[in-house]
Design a protein around this ligand. Structure first.
Ligand SMILES: [Ca+2]
Length: 190
């Protein structure tokens, strides 16, 4: 083989490997996995259940009843709110999608996502870039964490425990808004 062809061949092999890896990605279903949260909002005697963020329901409408829980909501006062899920095995994650609650975008600021302690996203004071399915704002709002997004992008990341924390409210003295209040977490990897 002519030496000049080697770089092209390596490029083709690398591209092929990346394509194969993308084809191998799949959604890692988190439903019913072990999870926990630092505090649980109490609504009419029923506490928010950590599984509300992994029950497969991405609806933006929060339900906290004995039979139906869709979103998670930490409780005030909790100045270091945290939610976590044990994915059951070690995975390499390429994509994380987090669905938000309607009309609660201020609760997405200063949100930090980590896998086994490796921070992969920090929404900072502006919060994440929100998307809607089919660009229709009536649909469920979400944001994506990938390797090429804004802010911290330590993706892909390998680990077993995914943690979401919040370290400040907006504005900082809004103690009654210092919640983690999201509706679903989805992950893709292998
Ligand atoms: Ca849900």
């Amino acid at each position: 083989m002519a030496r000049c062809c080697l770089p092209s061949l390596l490029l083709i092999l690398a591209f092929g490997l990346q394509e194969t890896r993308q084809q191998a990605w799949h959604e890692i279903v988190l439903k019913d996995h072990d999870c926990g949260m630092s505090s649980a909002y109490d609504l009419d005697g029923t506490e928010s259940d950590c599984h509300g963020a992994i029950n497969g329901n991405t609806s933006k409408y929060m339900l906290i009843t004995r039979d139906h829980q869709n979103c998670i909501h930490t409780k005030w006062p909790d100045n270091a709110p945290c939610w976590w899920v044990d994915m059951g095995s070690v995975y390499t994650l390429y994509w994380i999608r987090i669905y938000a609650r309607n009309n609660q975008s201020t609760r997405l600021t200063y949100l930090r996502v980590a896998v086994d302690g490796h921070i992969v996203f920090d929404s900072g004071d502006t919060g994440p870039t929100i998307h809607y399915k089919d660009n229709n704002q009536n649909n469920d709002p979400y944001f994506d964490i990938t390797g090429d997004g804004p802010g911290i992008s330590n993706m892909p990341v390998t680990g077993r425990n995914l943690t979401i924390t919040r370290y400040q409210a907006t504005p900082p003295d809004a103690k009654n808004d210092m919640f983690i209040n999201i509706c679903e977490v989805k992950v893709w990897g292998m």
